[in-house]
Each structure stands twice: as structure tokens, then as C-alpha cells.
Design a protein. Structure first.
Length: 651
């Protein structure tokens, strides 16, 4: 894993070596092993790179790297898992250069020189953020992997065009001026993340996954082109479903996953895997161990609070598979100590509180390995989230009720306050499963009332995924842009679960889950890999009939069947647990003074980003125990903490 950065400018000072080195050094956590810069003052372009050596750790893998023919100069963050196959193909066609080493970077450059960028991207299996300077056509090409595992920011800021893996590199350049994007801030309050193409700074965007962009000399327009998309994969899969039996589907899925895992186990440094003991991570670890001649190193963190603890389940799976298992039972103080690090860890504000345990398990893994495989994306591909079933059932039932009747029901629900709904629910909570008893029934009632009045699934799901319901009223001068979640969905009219999985794969998965894992792991210089995101697995998942995905009310059926070939069902068949920490309780306890300082009404008024009234109202209700507004408050706190961390940007 690495960090890339660069500048295009007609001003020579913008390209001076200390400045470019400063940008690259801001990414040292992403690449502590090596650094390099390349500057072409005549063309006004400079590229910077920080390297975490994984494949070909010799100097032959040093970047920036020039192609054998001299036309292209490349900086690259990621891994091309099929690069050996690409090398062999180039050699068979007599299009290969005299290889200097065995890095996938060199393979990538040779492929671009032979086939061009788009064809190379389509042939590549991997995760990547790429910047290539074409010395012949004088254009800068940027590309990002299909699903968005690796970050890439870019855009014009004043006289310079910038790109980087992390906004910290842009802020390190003296010419960069960061104006807060209030529209993006509204999105953060809605979703707890800022979805691509938006970023926290005006004029700076995230490259949309599965696209490449070209910037040409003398032009300020940045034109992007898709080379792969979830929408196309979903449409093709649903139009051409898998025709085999359920048993054949399980067999095919096992073959695909085993190949994906095997490819991602290739590294010249120690490698392991995160293991929670759930279906997804257990499947990845089982397939790793099946292909390894030695015990796979696995890692989990545990909590002394039973409701948050998965370590006992991970231990049981690890013992059955015979892995070399490490666990760390963290204390509340261990977790609390992470919070001051979050603004630096996440270069733009991000408020999914599972960022804390994700960092801790990454810290544990880094003590033993440099690469860790992850079970992320199993839920999005195989219908694993509880919300898919609950929202789908709700919408199916709701759509059968005449609109006038729904309007009356909504009015009846809203006659009671959220506090009253919570009070009525208290006697019932004792009889509910843990994952339901912790929920805020008042908030759920409000969401339900709003959802009664809609005509399509989109606003129902948006409301289910929302934190602040009206962020435009909260963020002063902010106006939410249209996003994948709010525009008409590509799969409108399809089964509700298909619609929700598709929108999650283009928004929640890349911009929340993958962002969280990348930033938390990179903070400790750990590379993470996600076998479920091999695009062949994604495309096959979309071919599976819905009756194969969910069977007998149980989601992820084919994945469970694959896992059952390696691990007894009794070890993994249990209710899904979130990767969570007790943020709500901490805000009433050890974090109360910290939060009170950041949420001070006069401070909020002076900064001018938020209307303090609703924030102070929810803060008062939360600390008094009248309501649990942990997620909404964490959104504001993470922005305020980030803002405080960015000296000189509090305007």
C-alpha cells in the first residue's frame, strides 16, 4: 500500500522539490518504507510517492516509475492481483519489456504502454488509485478501482491542479486554500460520511470508483469515463441469471472466492487476516487456511462488555481452523485513547464510530504482519444486513395501503413525542433480542411516520440510513447535493433487496466501510485486502437468483454453505453483531467534558457552520437520558474535532 500525490502548475515555485517532498511526506503513514518524487518543470507536472513495500521490496519497485519506452511516468497505490497473468500475456504477445523486477507497478506500466489505460484497467483484477503522466500527449490520467477500495482526491485549487490519496498532502502545499464545502457537510450530517464525488473542500472531488479521468494541458475541465460500474454489473446479472442448481451455485462461489483469496495471499511480507467469528471473515480465513502450508495469522479484539464482544466466537473458529490466533481485550480507556487521533487519521471528517475498533484491530495486526485480509462486503453482496429484510418487508406492506390511510396513520404516530414512544417501548425491550433492545424507538417511530407518505422505496431507505433528518436546516448555508441514495435508482422496480444492495455498493460500501478500513489501517501502515471485492465475485453475486441469496428467511445462504464446508454451522450461526463501541454511554460519562466543549453554543455560533439550537437540544436530551442521540451527536463532534485539528481553516 502506498500514498500518491501530485501537482500541475505553470508556476515554478509550486513544483520545487521541497514542496513536492512535503506533500509526499504528509503521506508517510501510508508508505513508511520509501519515498520518491519526479518533476518535469517544462511541462509543469510533479509526482510524489510514499511506499509501503509489499511486492518486490527491492529498489526495482521504486516509484515514481517510468515505462520502458519512456512515454509514461506512474505513481500507484494498491495491488494488481493478476499481474503475473498480465506479464505472461505480454510476454506471449512479445509486447513485454526487459523486466527490471517483479513488481505489479512495472507490469501495470508495461500493460498501459502496450494496450492503453482503459483496456489495462478492464483486464486488471485489483484495488488501485493511479496517476500517470503521458509525456507524449501531455495529459495526466487518473484512475480508481472498480468499487473504491483506494482513495483518490483531485481538483483545481487556485492556479494548481492537485491530486492525492489523502487531503493531508494537499494541505501540505503552500498554494492550497481549503474552503469548507457546506453542501458536503450537510451530507456528512445525513450519512456520517461524505460520498463521492464530493469532499469537504470546495473544488476538490473524489474520483468515482470504476472511472478514469484525463486532464489535458491548457484545459481546466476534468473528463471522467467509466470502465466498470455496479449498475452495469447488476443489470447484466439480473438479465442473465445463473441457471444452475443451488448446489452448483455454491460450488461456483467457492471456486471464485478461493481464487480471489489465493491471489490476495501473494505478498513478499508477513500476511494475516481479521477474524470476528462471523460468516464473512470466517469464510475468508477458512479459504486462506485451506491454501496455506502453515497456520494463518488471525486477529480479533474483544470487549469485556458482552453485548459488544465477538472475541469468544472468533476464538472458537480460529481453534477449529488451526490458525495462529491473536486477540486483544481492549479496555474502555484503550478505545477512548483513539479518539484524539481520529482527526489526523481521517483527512476529512468521518463519523462512523466503528472507526475506533477498526483502528484497534489494525493496530493489533500490525504488530505481527504488514498485510491483512478482511471479510468486508459480504453483507452488501449477499443481502446480510437486517435492514434489507426489515425495510423490504415494510415497503412491500406499505405499498399495498392506500395513500389516504397512510396519511392518517402518520398523523397518529406523530401525535406522540419520541420520548413517549421510548417510554411505551421500555417494558417490551426486555423481551427483545439484544440487537433490537438497544434501538431508539422514538427515532424509529419518527422515521416510520415519514416513510408512510412516500411513493417509492428510495425515500424509505434514505430515511432508514439517515442520521439528521433535515441537515439543510442544521448546516448554515448548506444544501444537500443529489447522491446515489437520493436520485432515482437504477434498479427501480426490481426486488427491494436488490435495489438496496445496489445503492449500498455505490455509496455506503466505498464511502463508509472501505474508507473506514483504509484510513484506520493506513494510520498504522497496514495494507488491507478485501477478497469479496474481486469483480468476478461481485458479478457472480448479481447473477444469483434472490431465492439463492435468502432462503428460509436466512440471508447470505450461498456464503453460509461455502463456510459450512470448512467450519461447523454451530460456530457461526448466530445473530449478526455490529462492530461497535458504547459511544452513547461514553458521551454521558468520560467524554462528556470533551463533547461539551466542542458543542458549546457560543463556539458553534462563532464558527458559523451549524445552527446551535437543535444540537444543544439533542445534547441536553442525551446527557439527561431522555433520548439516545449518539449517532447524530457523533456526526457533529467528528466535524468539530476535525475542524479544531485543521489550524487556520476555521472560517
Amino acid at each position: 500500500m502506498c500514498g500518491i500525490s501530485g501537482v500541475w502548475s505553470s508556476n515554478a515555485y509550486d513544483l520545487c522539490r521541497p514542496v513536492i517532498e512535503g506533500m509526499a511526506d504528509a503521506l508517510a503513514h501510508r508508505g513508511p518504507d520509501d519515498s520518491g518524487i519526479w518533476v518535469d518543470e517544462a511541462s509543469g507536472i510533479a509526482l510524489g510517492h510514499r511506499r509501503l513495500s509489499i511486492l518486490d521490496i527491492s529498489p526495482a519497485g521504486h516509484q515514481p516509475m517510468r515505462s520502458a519506452g519512456g512515454r509514461y511516468v506512474l505513481v500507484f497505490n494498491g495491488e494488481i492481483y493478476n499481474h503475473a497473468d498480465l506479464r505472461a500475456e505480454l510476454e506471449d504477445r512479445r509486447m513485454a519489456p526487459d523486466w527490471r523486477g517483479h513488481s505489479d507497478t512495472e507490469t501495470l506500466l508495461a500493460a498501459v504502454e502496450a494496450w492503453g489505460l482503459e483496456k489495462t484497467l478492464k483486464r486488471s483484477i485489483g484495488m488501485f488509485a493511479i496517476a500517470i503522466w503521458d509525456r507524449q500527449d501531455r495529459c495526466l490520467m487518473l484512475a480508481r478501482d472498480r468499487i473504491g477500495e483506494k482513495p483518490l482526491y483531485y481538483g483545481w485549487n487556485g492556479r494548481c491542479f492537485f491530486f492525492a490519496s489523502d487531503l493531508a498532502a494537499l494541505r501540505a502545499h503552500p498554494a492550497f486554500r481549503g474552503e469548507i464545502n457546506r453542501d458536503a457537510l450537510a451530507l456528512l450530517m445525513r450519512l456520517n460520511y461524505i460520498p463521492a464525488p464530493h469532499s469537504i473542500y470546495r473544488g476538490i472531488e473524489k474520483l468515482v470508483p470504476g472511472t478514469y479521468a484525463c486532464v489535458r494541458q491548457g484545459e481546466r475541465d476534468v473528463r471522467s469515463t467509466p470502465f466498470w460500474s455496479v449498475a452495469e454489473a447488476a443489470a447484466n446479472g439480473l438479465e442473465h441469471p445463473f441457471k444452475g442448481t443451488r448446489a452448483e451455485a455454491v460450488e461456483r462461489l467457492e471456486v471464485l472466492l478461493k481464487d480471489a483469496v489465493g491471489r490476495q495471499m501473494i505478498a513478499d511480507v508477513p500476511l494475516g487476516a481479521f477474524l470476528s467469528g462471523g460468516v464473512d471473515s470466517s469464510t475468508v480465513v477458512a479459504l486462506m487456511q485451506a491454501q496455506s502450508t502453515r497456520p494463518v495469522k488471525t486477529f480479533t479484539i474483544g470487549f469485556h462488555e458482552t453485548v459488544y464482544n465477538e472475541a469468544i466466537h472468533a476464538q472458537a473458529v480460529a481453534q477449529h481452523l488451526g490458525t495462529d490466533h491473536s486477540e486483544w481485550y481492549v479496555t474502555p480507556q484503550d478505545a477512548l485513547d483513539v479518539i484524539p487521533k481520529l482527526p489526523g487519521m481521517f483527512s476529512e471528517p468521518f463519523s462512523d464510530s466503528s472507526q475506533i475498533p477498526t483502528y484497534l484491530v489494525s493496530l493489533l495486526a500490525k504488530r505481527h504482519v504488514s498485510v491483512s485480509l478482511s471479510g468486508d462486503a459480504g453483507d452488501e453482496l449477499f443481502g446480510g444486513y437486517d435492514r434489507y429484510a426489515s425495510v423490504g418487508a415494510y415497503w412491500t406492506s406499505l405499498s399495498r395501503v392506500p395513500r389516504p390511510v397512510r396519511r392518517l396513520l402518520a398523523h397518529g404516530i406523530t401525535t406522540l413525542s419520541g420520548e413517549q414512544w421510548n417510554r411505551f417501548a421500555r417494558p417490551v425491550k426486555a423481551f427483545l433480542p439484544t440487537r433490537y433492545s438497544k434501538r431508539d424507538f422514538g427515532s424509529m417511530a419518527r422515521k416510520g411516520a415519514d416513510a408512510l407518505l412516500v411513493d417509492h422505496l428510495e425515500p424509505v431507505y434514505q430515511r432508514a440510513m439517515s442520521h439528521w433528518a433535515n441537515p439543510n436546516e442544521l448546516v448554515l448555508g448548506g444544501s444537500e447535493p443529489v447522491t446515489a441514495l437520493t436520485r432515482p435508482w437504477e434498479l427501480r422496480g426490481r426486488a427491494p433487496i436488490h435495489q438496496m444492495m445496489a445503492v449500498d455498493q455505490v455509496s455506503y460500501l466505498p464511502d463508509d466501510i472501505l474508507c473506514k478500513v483504509d484510513r484506520a489501517a493506513m494510520a498504522v501502515s497496514l495494507e488491507t485486502r478485501v477478497p469479496f471485492l474481486d469483480h468476478r465475485v461481485i458479478e457472480f453475486a448479481w447473477q444469483l437468483p434472490l431465492s439463492y441469496i435468502v432462503r428460509g428467511g436466512v440471508a447470505k445462504w450461498p456464503l453460509r454453505e461455502v463456510l459450512a464446508r470448512y467450519v461447523p454451522r454451530r460456530l457461526t450461526d448466530r445473530p449478526k453483531m455490529g462492530f461497535a463501541v458504547p459511544i452513547g454511554n461514553w458521551l454521558r460519562g468520560p467524554l462528556r467534558d470533551w463533547a461539551e466543549s466542542l458543542l458549546d453554543a457560543s463556539r458553534l455560533r462563532q464558527e458559523g457552520f451549524f445552527d446551535p439550537v437543535p444540537i444543544r437540544l439533542k445534547w441536553g436530551e442525551h446527557v439527561s437520558g431522555k433520548a439516545n442521540w449518539r449517532y447524530l451527536l457523533w456526526d457533529v463532534l467528528m466535524f468539530e474535532s476535525w475542524l479544531e485539528h485543521q489550524t487556520g481553516l476555521r472560517t
